[in-house]
Design a protein. Structure first.
Length: 206
């Protein structure tokens, strides 16, 4: 949904710490489920995930189990009901909406300013505003592992996270957990909520 203005050299990936690569993978997992319904292969891959005994690990395990039992058609119907609907889905996954009650408001303008400053642009043909939760997760992943250029320093990551994700996405993920149509996506909501809790705690020490 977004792209960098500068390609990242493949050998630079090795310079990123393993724990940061895991962080980027967490954001990309969320982005994949939230940008479009998962395919059968993606559900199978999610069904192979293994969590640990932490709260986040338990959320990963729950997503794995529900993905293994689901199918692409059911997940697509769930996605349609949650995020699209006939006129609007049960949830509106945009930062501007959560922060102001309306789309295309000041939070989106601020995001676009930061994207320009950081060398990131919306891909051509993508109709969604850039403050869609999936786009923001993609951006964070790229800022962590250097997909858009050099990895951002932690202070810059924290600034972007606090302004554009931490300010509203935790509420969105709690809403996703509790949404009437959520089955697979209730588990996605749990993964997102617990993952952002970890990120917020880590950034508090920066």
């Amino acid at each position: 949904m977004v792209q960098g203005q500068a390609a990242r050299m493949s050998d630079e990936v090795d310079a990123v710490l393993p724990e940061d690569l895991l962080r980027a993978q967490g954001y990309r997992l969320l982005a994949r489920f939230l940008s479009a319904p998962p395919s059968a292969d993606e559900l199978t891959a999610a069904g192979a995930l293994v969590g640990d005994e932490s709260e986040f690990g338990a959320a990963i395990t729950a997503l794995s189990r529900i993905s293994a039992r689901s199918n692409a058609a059911a997940a697509a119907e769930e996605y349609q009901t949650l995020f699209i609907g006939l006129t609007r889905g049960e949830l509106v996954p945009y930062g501007s909406f959560y922060l102001t009650g309306f789309l295309h408001e000041k939070p989106l303008a601020k995001l676009r300013q930061d994207m320009e400053r950081l060398g990131v642009a919306r891909e051509e043909g993508v109709p969604d505003p850039e403050d869609h939760i999936a786009s923001l997760c993609e951006m964070m992943a790229g800022f962590i592992d250097g997909t858009f250029g050099e990895p951002l320093p932690l202070a810059e990551q924290k600034r972007f996270f606090t302004t554009h994700i931490g300010s509203w996405a935790p509420v969105f993920f709690r809403d996703l957990e509790a949404a009437k149509a959520s089955i697979v996506y209730a588990a996605v909501g749990s993964v997102g909520r617990t993952f952002l809790d970890i990120e917020e705690g880590a950034f508090a020490m920066v």
